[in-house]
Design a protein around this ligand. Structure first.
Ligand code: 3H9
Length: 673
């Protein structure tokens, strides 16, 4: 059956697209829409046209998978012009998400009807692109400059109600009654006649563009697409429509050919691929997760709990002492209230979340939980003891998870009589905010346990990646060689600020030493101030534990602004002299070669050892867990851009042992992704 069909409702022709899963506007859909409008034009009995979609959503955009293929007609502009130039009014009937090319198609229609739950947006910027089918030129005309620049540059959608207030939607239809409302509205529009967005004057104050750009400069740092989106909207304010369209086309093509969009599209598909487990069938029957048990109400346990509470899943949270329990529960409430104060949550939502949280001091209260997550002190003996006890009380079939960030999940599982039910769920701090979840698959983890964990992750809006059992799993394992090398560079003459700056200029949110200060320089420290064996020991011994003590590798003022520290430099110089290192000028390129190339090398080892299913999973871990700039697509995607040969040569120059897989890629000019 054709993906686009038509239905006659008296004098209204309804064009219906049915292209699951998201009605992407591939060639067949574009052709179908164009043909549908032409059918209406050829039929004197038809006075108006409605375009709507079957399935879960209105058009979610161009078909991104077509971007790397030869173009197939009709083109977007051809289809859009056919719709807009129709002398009979065309009405878009919107449900679900009208996104990108989907909203642009709706904008080429003369009127728009939407249900209240609909979302309308142009998220192209998130793919390193801009709305290239007239969106940057029609939106300022229909919705005004302010909304257009915000929607294009941030990619954030607006609700149907907001769209109505902007003039982007003409009528909000009752939920479930979209088709009939749109047909009735189409009849009303016959007398009004077609209304072309392209012929409307641009609304609003162009001065807003400059203030918006200034206010968001930090957020857009490093990205090409936001500026291009803004430039196109700005062009709309001063150029005739046709010239604006030509400018938009030119800017779109520039972005499309660039590496940033390729990287961002790579991450879009990688994120979705990550949820697929190679040897676990997609139709695996999942375990029911209705109630979660949380062991530990510290920062991590509290943050993890919030994910479930926000998703409406009840949590029983366990601590050993009343005081710690009260503090943990208090912190959860405080975090929710802070979110509400920022307007991102309603007070009743805060209460709803808190009402399904049950604090307890008795582990037996976890007996009816379907998933129990342990977030206690990172120590194998402690974890084994907890799992041994859990084994005795948890109901049969309950999933037992550890939030360990590097310990051996198999050893933890062996402390129970049900290793098939055990796995690692490694959340990243702050756990209620960070998108990444490493799902650590033990040697005996059952396939349905793994599949259930991936499904639960989606429910709590995490991006989950499967990792094998190895020290540090995917993310922290790759972090280690970077940290080691950064410390060595200090001994050889680089400063913390120089190394951090190279990382920030690369696009990371912070460098290795800023990260250390944020996480706590004392993490993993032996806590003996008289035992000073390296720079870290020396910093900890003088109370330089990081931001929490106001000083670490940097000094911090009360607003947590860092400044380089003479005390730290003296400690570094002292160790450097004692190590016999010859200090020299270190170039930025060497910092890249010695801190980022070893990560790629480690990534290659991870792939060889099958600790990650695919290179793109490693990219997802680094983008969502550590702030690797999405416009560089993750370390393995970046390695492909750099070229395996260059990376191998750089590593060899500095005496690193080359991972066999990297050597193989270098020899064959192959890619990881
Ligand atoms: C554009 O429009 C350019 C124009 O301005 C200019 C043209 C000249 N194409 O996310 P899900 C797949 S750029 C192809 O899991 P959800 C997706 O890979 C586009 N495939 O569902 C997945 O496949 P699989 C602007 C697409 O319910 C499946 O659909 N539009 C596309 O969580 C389900 O997706 C966007 O950027 C696509 N456009 O979320 C919107 N979209 O099952 C991108 C999805 O094999 N899409 N797929 O893994 C989204 O944001 C979400 O998919 C959406 C649904 C919110 C729609």
């Amino acid at each position: 059956m054709s993906v686009v069909t038509t239905e006659r409702h008296g004098d209204v022709l309804v064009i219906i697209s049915n292209n699951p899963p998201v009605n992407a506007l591939g060639a067949a859909v574009r052709g179908g829409l164009k043909a549908g409008v032409e059918e209406a034009l050829a039929d004197d009995g038809i006075k108006a046209v409605v375009i709507r979609c079957d399935g879960r959503t209105f058009f979610a955009g161009a078909d991104i998978t077509e971007f790397t293929k030869a173009p197939v007609p009709p083109s977007f502009p051809e289809m859009i012009e056919t719709i807009e130039n129709s002398p009979k009014p065309v009405i878009a009937a919107i449900h679900g998400t009208a996104l990108g090319g989907g909203l642009e198609t709706a904008l080429s229609c003369h009127y728009r009807v939407a249900v209240p739950s609909a979302q309308l947006g142009v998220p192209e910027v998130k793919l390193g692109l801009l709305p290239g089918a007239g969106g940057t030129q029609r939106l300022p005309r229909v919705a005004g400059i302010e909304a257009a620049v915000e929607m294009c540059a941030t990619g954030n959608p607006v609700s149907a109600a907001k769209a109505e207030s902007l003039g982007l939607v003409d009528l909000v239809a009752e939920e479930g009654k979209l088709a009939e409302t749109a047909i009735a509205f189409a009849r009303e529009c016959v007398a009004r006649g077609p209304r072309k967005s392209s012929a409307m004057p641009v609304k609003g104050d162009p001065a807003y563009i400059e203030s918006f750009t200034k206010a968001n400069a930090r957020k857009f740092r490093g990205f090409d697409a936001p500026a291009a989106n803004i430039a196109c909207v700005e062009a709309a304010t001063r150029l005739p429509f046709e010239e604006g369209i030509a400018f938009e086309r030119q800017e779109f093509m520039k972005l499309m050919m660039g590496s940033q969009s390729a990287a961002q599209r790579h991450i879009f598909f990688s994120e979705r691929k990550a949820s697929k487990i190679d040897d676990v069938p997609e139709d695996t029957k999942l375990r029911d997760i209705r109630k979660v048990g949380m062991i530990g109400a510290g920062t991590m346990g509290g943050g993890i709990s919030m994910n479930f509470l926000s998703a409406g899943i009840p949590v029983t949270i366990l601590e050993m002492k009343q005081e710690a329990l009260d503090r943990g529960v208090g912190l959860i409430r405080k975090n929710y209230e802070a979110t509400a104060a920022k307007g991102r949550m309603k007070p009743e939502q805060v209460e709803a979340a808190m009402s399904i949280l049950t604090p307890t001091l008795d582990m037996a209260d976890l007996a009816d939980c379907d998933l129990i997550i342990e977030a206690v002190f990172e120590n194998m003996d402690v974890k084994k003891e907890v799992f041994g006890k859990l084994d005795a009380i948890a109901k049969p079939g309950a999933i037992l998870a550890s939030n360990t960030s590097y310990l051996d999940v198999n050893e933890i599982a062996a402390a129970t009589s049900r290793p098939q039910d055990v796995l690692g769920l490694h959340f990243f701090s702050p756990a209620n905010v960070m998108k990444l979840l490493e799902v650590v698959r033990g040697a005996k983890t059952a396939p349905d346990v793994l599949a259930t964990a991936m499904a639960v992750a989606k429910k709590i809006r995490k991006v989950a990646v499967v990792a094998g059992v190895c020290d540090g799993f995917i993310g922290n394992r790759m972090l280690k060689p970077r940290q080691i090398e950064a410390m060595k560079l200090l001994m050889e003459g680089a400063t913390p600020q120089q190394i951090d700056k190279v990382h920030v200029d690369f696009g990371m949110p912070m460098g290795p030493f800023q990260m250390s200060d944020l996480a706590g320089v004392d993490i993993g420290w032996h806590r003996d101030p008289t035992r000073i064996e390296n720079v870290r020991d020396a910093l900890c011994a003088v109370g330089r534990w990081g931001q929490k003590t106001g000083k670490g590798f940097y000094d911090y003022d009360e607003k947590r602004n860092p400044t380089p520290s003479a005390e730290v430099q003296a400690i570094i110089d002292d160790f450097s002299a004692r190590s016999g290192a010859v200090k020299r000028e270190i170039g930025d390129e060497e910092i890249i070669e010695r801190t980022l190339y070893p990560m790629v090398n480690e990534g290659a080892l991870i792939l060889e050892e099958k600790m990650a299913q695919r290179a793109s999973d490693i990219d997802v871990v680094w983008v969502y867990g550590y702030g690797w700039p999405v416009y560089r697509g993750g370390p393995m995607f970046w390695a492909d851009l750099e070229g395996a040969n260059k990376i191998k040569a750089g590593l060899e120059k500095h005496g690193f042992a080359i991972a066999p897989l990297l050597a193989e890629k270098a020899a064959s000019k192959g890619r990881f992704n």
